[in-house]
Ligand binder design. Structure first.
Ligand code: ATP
Ligand code: MG
Length: 879
């Protein structure tokens, strides 16, 4: 019995584990020797492609548990058939499921006589009760060359309520769609017997021969069997899920079973709340791509479905604990890790609520614009912008549009979405780079086996190149100046993993030298060096000397041990819920992401640094050992998410005994004092529910402090003071500066208004109108306006008066015009005057009849503009 692996698959092609066989893949592929001939498991699974089916069919969850039995060259078809039939039909009292034999229909691949024979023998059923189905249902492969084979799905007839009657003798080779909920697939037995040389599609592949060792892989949906045994209609009503539906009924006031659409929503809520909780439990945090996006989508769909059911309050704090109480009986991490899990989930709901709020405003503006222009359709661009910028789901946009009697250009929206997906895919391909396709590495591995890996033991070794690769293909040599990949029979180089950067160093050989640029492990067991040939020409097979840069490695060890120290310090300061969610370290630098929802205070940051420094001063011993995962857990070692650990032995690194125990494959110092120093340089947010702390170790830490000391020295020199007085000196200086600026401002205003009396007194008489048309160089917009208003107030009462001031400052020209009642009575408008001069000033402006304002960027024609004003006033005075 093998415990379930994490939902996060250790496989570049999988986001999540979708089936029970995934953890056993290396055994089926012959990459590793299985420690046992047979095994069983109950594996946590997540299938994102099934998300649209949730709640609509009776049998698809995004999360579910798959029970499986596996044989690695041990029992084959006969054994698998017997075991399955035995478990399904033995009575409950005798430890089986006690399913009614007359309702069970085994199926086989068309023409698999061997399987038909075994089924007839095991069940005593007549030949025609064994349904023969085609490749689509009953041939299994991984979609790539490798193992494959026929399957035997076991179907359960749920009776006429669930689909039309059928005649078993004419069933197959395709399973009619309308029978899928009636003839429920509960178990799939895979008989791995073929070696495939090409797979073009599910139904089009080439069988090259038989596998030397035949294997069994089976998967039974625990949730599906549970709903049959519990006499429920579907998997969302089983004991571990239904309480969430009941809670949702309470919160929404609606009843499950009353309305078809609502029922789907209830089921989506129950499913998504559970799936997202399980994902967070295994270390996923909400994000905008990959795993994080799946989680975000699940959480938001759950919240959204509750809204559609009429509940707009925060719902996850009510619903998720219900799911935890049921699932926690099996998965105790849900209970022990609840503070972190709930924090992540609830923070995402809060963020989504804000999104909804902001998006709703944007939507309302967009909708009213459409209506104002007499339209009835919201454009695809708008819907896309709502989705892309505000995370507004399209179904929400559709629904809100419908409420306002509008339609949405869905086709346009989907087009833009498809474009975006293409961009994202191209992006992902570019990022994966040379390691996207593992086929070539698989070839090297198959030929030469695993790399002898000596990173823990030595920094230098003699070795031999087994394969040279360039542009994803094997090449006979690498010439001077070329960059290529190199696989050695043994290597001291650490390949990037567990957050630790790859080692740097050189590889020398007679007549040549390579620089190691990067080291990766594209497939388990195979270390690949990316190298540049500095000198000479390298050929496969010749003797080389691999040498890790010892300085680099010292720095790497300091940084990785430093990461563990900071992690332990964080947990000491913030509490045990501050768990690492990701990390990266290279010589001199480390960063650690951890689950936490608020910014740390400066005191907390200082405390983390102090606790770290104390751990260095205590010179704690650093030790590591291999043990089973079980033992490691008992020891209280922290298993980090996203890492998969070997089924049998894990490596635990401890610093100061129990103070810091983590599962880790990295390279470490021997004593904490060798880390040199830990200087925290920053604490920032990285997405919802996650913070990042950054620090420098070793000489880089000292270098950072030295640079700060330099800055202080320069400042004390400049200010002629002592370091301790620096802060109060700078505070004093900024205070004085602020006061001086205020004084200056006052003086300027006084001067400006002083000029105002003179300007009013010197107004020119244009007919009956008193006009002040003045150029105020150095005055910005605000000043110009103040001056104009002040001058207007000083013009004689009872006579028409017009003031136009044009100022210029910082390359900007500002014009303000003001008129009094009498001037306006004669038809003089401030707005018109500003509009008239705007073009001369290289800009525009306008406003009301009494005060108007404008501006531009061309100061060369200010005088001309003032003359134009005088002419306008003169013209109106004559009229
Ligand atoms: P279906 O055709 O019903 O989607 P499948 O062919 O995808 O099933 P398999 O890949 O053979 O199923 O998985 C093995 C077993 O796991 C199935 O027989 C079923 O009992 C269970 N199973 C598969 N997908 C789900 C799911 N989304 N939710 C619950 N159980 C599932
Ligand atoms: Mg399926």
């Amino acid at each position: 019995m093998v415990p379930s692996a994490s939902l996060l698959a250790d496989d570049p092609n999988l986001l999540f584990v979708p089936a029970g066989m995934v953890p056993f893949k290396p055994y089926f592929l012959g990459q590793e020797t299985p420690p046992w001939p047979r095994a069983t498991s109950i594996q946590k699974c997540v299938r994102t492609p099934d998300i649209e089916d949730v709640g609509k069919t009776t049998r698809h969850g995004t999360f579910f548990e798959m029970c499986g039995n596996f044989s690695f060259g041990d029992y084959f078809k006969e054994g698998a058939v017997e075991l399955a039939w035995d478990l399904l039909t033995t009575s409950v009292d005798d430890g089986g499921f006690g399913l009614d034999e007359s309702r069970l229909y085994p199926s086989v691949l068309v023409g698999d006589e061997e399987a038909i024979g075994h089924w007839m023998k095991a069940t005593g059923l007549p030949r025609e009760r064994i349904v023969q189905l085609g490749n689509k249902e009953n041939y299994w492969s991984m979609g790539v060359p490798g193992p494959g084979g026929p399957c035997s799905e076991i179907l359960y007839d749920r009776g006429p309520e669930w689909g039309p009657d059928f005649d078993v003798t004419t069933l197959g080779p395709d399973m009619p769609f309308e029978l899928e909920d009636r003839l429920l697939e509960i178990w799939n037995l895979v008989f791995m017997q073929d070696e495939l040389s090409a797979v073009r599609s599910k139904e089009d592949f080439d069988v090259a021969g038989s596998l030397p060792k035949k294997n069994i892989d089976t998967g039974m949906g625990l949730d599906r069997v549970a709903f049959l045994l519990q006499g429920k209609n579907n998997m969302y009503e089983i004991d571990v899920m239904y309480p969430v539906i009941e809670k949702a009924e309470q919160l929404t006031g609606r009843r499950y079973g009353a309305d078809r659409d609502d029922d789907v929503r209830f089921r989506v809520v129950a499913d998504h709340v559970r799936s997202s909780m399980m994902l967070i439990g295994d270390g996923v945090t909400p994000g905008n791509d990959g795993r994080g996006y799946v989680l975000r989508r699940l959480l938001r769909r759950a919240v959204r479905s509750m809204r559609l059911l009429g509940c707009e309050d925060r719902v996850l704090p009510e619903l998720m604990p219900v799911s935890r109480d049921r699932m926690g009986e099996t998965y105790d991490n849900l209970v022990s890790d609840w503070p972190r899990i709930s924090q992540v989930a609830f923070a995402e709901e809060d963020a989504f609520r804000k999104t909804l709020q902001a998006g709703t405003q944007i939507f309302d503006v967009a909708a009213s614009e459409v209506k104002q222009t007499g339209g009835s359709t919201l454009s695809g661009e708008r819907a896309f912008a709502l989705h892309d910028t505000y995370g507004f789901p399209i179904d929400l946009t559709l629904e809100m549009a419908a409420e306002q009697g509008l339609q949405v250009d869905e086709q346009g929206f989907r087009g833009l979405m498809a474009e975006q997906r293409e961009r994202a895919k191209a992006d992902a391909r570019a990022k994966k780079g040379a390691h996207g396709d593992t086929g070539v590495y698989r070839g090297v591995f198959d030929e030469h086996g695993p790399t002898e890996w000596l990173a823990y033991e030595t920094l230098t070794t003699e070795s031999r190149p087994l394969a040279l690769l360039s542009g994803g293909a094997s090449v006979p040599r690498l010439a001077e100046g070329e960059v290529g990949e190199l696989v050695l029979d043994r290597t001291p180089f650490y390949a990037e993993s567990g957050g630790q950067a790859a080692d740097a160093g050189t590889i020398v050989f007679d007549g040549g030298r390579l620089e190691v640029l990067d080291v990766q492990r594209p497939i388990k067991g195979l270390v690949v060096h990316q190298v540049r040939v500095l000198e000479g020409e390298l050929e496969a097979g010749r003797e080389v000397h691999a040498r890790v840069d010892p300085e680099w490695r010292t720095g790497a060890r300091q940084a990785h041990s430093g990461t563990h120290v900071v992690h332990a310090a964080l947990r000491e300061v913030l509490g045990p819920t501050a768990l690492q969610s990701g990390s990266y370290n290279r010589p001199g630098y480390l960063r650690l992401d951890f689950g936490w929802t608020q910014a740390l205070t400066p005191e907390q940051v200082r405390d983390v640094e102090t606790v770290s420094q104390q751990a260095l001063r205590a010179d704690l011993a650093v030790a590591w050992d291999y043990m089973t995962l079980e033992q490691a857990k008992e020891w209280g070692a922290i298993a980090l998410f996203g890492e998969t650990y070997d089924n049998t032995k894990v490596r635990v690194v401890e610093i100061g005994g129990p103070w810091s125990r983590e599962l880790c494959g990295g390279t470490h110092v021997d004593h904490s004092s060798q880390i040199g120093t830990v200087v925290v340089t920053g604490e920032t947010s990285v997405g919802s529910g996650n913070r990042r702390i950054e620090a420098l170790t070793g000489v880089e830490g000292f270098g950072y402090l030295a640079r700060e000391r330099d800055v202080v020295a320069q400042l004390t020199g400049l200010l002629k003071t002592q370091p301790d007085d620096l802060v109060s000196r700078v505070q004093g200086l900024t205070e004085r500066l602020r006061n001086a600026e205020k004084e200056l401002e006052k003086a300027r205003l006084a001067q400006l208004l002083g000029a105002s009396a003179d300007l009013a007194a010197g107004a020119t008489q244009v007919g009956p109108v008193r006009l002040v048309a003045h150029r105020a160089d150095g005055a910005g917009g605000g000043d110009v306006r103040n001056l104009a208003m002040d001058v207007r107030g000083r013009l004689p009462q009872g006579e028409p008066g017009v003031v136009v001031i044009i100022g210029q400052a910082d390359g900007k020209v500002s014009v303000v015009a003001a008129t009094n009642d009498e001037a306006r009575a004669r038809g003089l408008s401030a707005g018109e005057l500003v509009r008239a001069v705007g073009p001369l000033l290289g800009g525009k402006g306008g406003g009301k009849d009494d005060v108007a304002q404008g501006g531009g960027t061309d100061a060369s024609r200010i005088d001309e503009a003032l003359e134009l004003v005088a002419r306008r006033v003169a013209a109106s005075a004559q009229a």
